[in-house]
Write a protein that binds this ligand. Structure first.
Ligand SMILES: Cc1ncc(COP(=O)(O)O)c(C=O)c1O
Length: 388
């Protein structure tokens, strides 16, 4: 029996591939983006409290009202934004689902969506599963900034949306207010919608500010903003997130959502609602900045090339041209097998699998994990490039 291919990606996502390889070779896993340290014990206790109490049945389709209210209050406090918890916030089983469902709520076969690459690897399959086409526009290395002329050239009468990611995975770059203004000028006379993937919004460093699409009054009217609790509360395995969009777009989103997930994990929603109302939540950005700084200091002892210091997210990309001439996937596999450290090659983040000979490290790890990984890679200093 032949089943149709619903998207152009082949094989299994690189995150699963590299994590499986890490497990096989007992490697330290700096590949997939998840922390290896425990979550705040208050959050764990709240989950227990929910399950032990009476929070075990289906939640309302849009999410528990107390969680949506808590998110609205959080955005008032952190961004001074007024959100309507009933009409603008929907709880989702993670951000990946939020992105897919947002696309599904408006894309038609034949539509085009602009993807700035390198890009998180679910975007293009999600677009294609809806019969639409991804139009890839490269970001400009080494800072991975947007070339606005290229974006302008990519817009056609078929362009229905653009997907933005700030802070950016894998590049660690962040958008300024001026970037959003450039985008507003470009889309003003079009029917384009915006998917703004802001899952790393709180992981932003060196005193920078995260600019959310929701802060841009004009763009907000045509945007789905996507968030993930997993990335900010270090509980990626809970797969909990939310989507904020104006009422018309939220209606369209829920029209689809009600028939694919319908209702999201109730005890987790209860725990997150109570947790968001706590007075002193951990400063996740400061914690992650410390980890970035520590990791960069350790990396100085190794022959990787750092083109820029990551400004947000929990990833650092590095060149390995002083070590090897292997293609990036082979290099990442070799590093896992021979040195016991798993990373992610960058080529799977490109439409045409462009190979910049770079890998991505995830530094959301205990200091001891980062130290052990660098210790294992110390031998790289003696590797001669001529071996390859
Ligand atoms: C840019 C980006 N968007 C979305 C996600 C997925 O978030 P979630 O685990 O909440 O689905 C990730 C996870 O790595 C990511 O890096």
């Amino acid at each position: 029996m032949q089943l149709p291919h619903k998207h152009s990606a082949t094989g299994t996502t690189i995150f699963t591939v590299m994590s499986a390889l890490a497990a096989k070779y007992n490697a330290i896993n700096l590949s997939q983006g998840f922390p290896d340290f425990p979550i705040d014990e208050r959050l764990a206790a709240l989950l227990h409290e929910a399950a032990a109490g009476n929070y075990n049945q289906y939640a309302p389709m849009a999410g528990l009202p107390m969680l949506r209210e808590a998110i609205a209050n959080d955005f008032k406090r952190r961004y001074d934004l007024q959100l309507d918890a009933d009409k603008e916030i929907t709880i989702t089983p993670g951000a990946t689902y939020g992105i897919y469902t947002a696309f599904t709520s408006f894309l038609q076969p034949g539509d085009e969506v602009i993807v700035l690459e390198p890009a998180y690897d679910s975007y293009i399959p999600n677009i294609e599963m809806n019969g639409a086409k991804a139009v890839c526009v490269p970001l400009t290395a080494p800072m991975f900034s947007v070339d606005w002329n290229k974006v302008k050239d990519a817009i056609t009468p078929k362009t229905r949306a653009i997907i933005i990611n700030t802070p950016h995975n894998p590049a660690g770059s962040v958008w300024s207010a001026a970037d959003w203004q450039q985008l507003a000028d470009l889309v003003r006379d079009t029917e384009m919608l915006i998917i703004s993937d802001e899952v790393y919004e709180q992981l932003i460093f060196d005193g920078r500010k995260h600019y959310s699409v929701l802060e841009h009054d004009e763009l907000r009217q045509r945007s789905f903003a996507i968030f993930s609790f997993g990335k900010v509360f270090n509980n990626t395995g809970w797969k909990m997130g939310y989507v904020i969009a104006p009422p018309l777009l939220t209606d369209a989103f829920r029209h689809i959502h009600q028939f694919i997930a319908f209702s999201i994990n109730t005890p987790a929603q209860y725990a997150l609602a109570q947790y968001l109302q706590q007075d002193s939540l951990p400063k996740v950005g400061a914690l992650m900045q410390q980890k970035r700084d520590y990791f960069l200091q350790l990396l100085q002892e190794l022959p990787f090339t750092l083109h820029h210091k990551t400004a947000g997210s929990y990833f650092q990309i590095a060149g390995y041209e002083n070590i090897s001439g292997l293609p990036d996937l082979e290099f990442a596999q070799w590093l896992t097998k021979e040195y016991g450290v798993a990373t992610i090659p960058l080529s799977p983040f490109y439409c045409d699998k462009k190979d910049d000979r770079m890998i991505r490290f995830c530094f959301a790890k205990k200091e001891s994990t980062l130290e052990a990984a660098v210790e294992r890679m110390r031998r790289l200093n003696t590797v001669s490039k001529t071996q390859f």
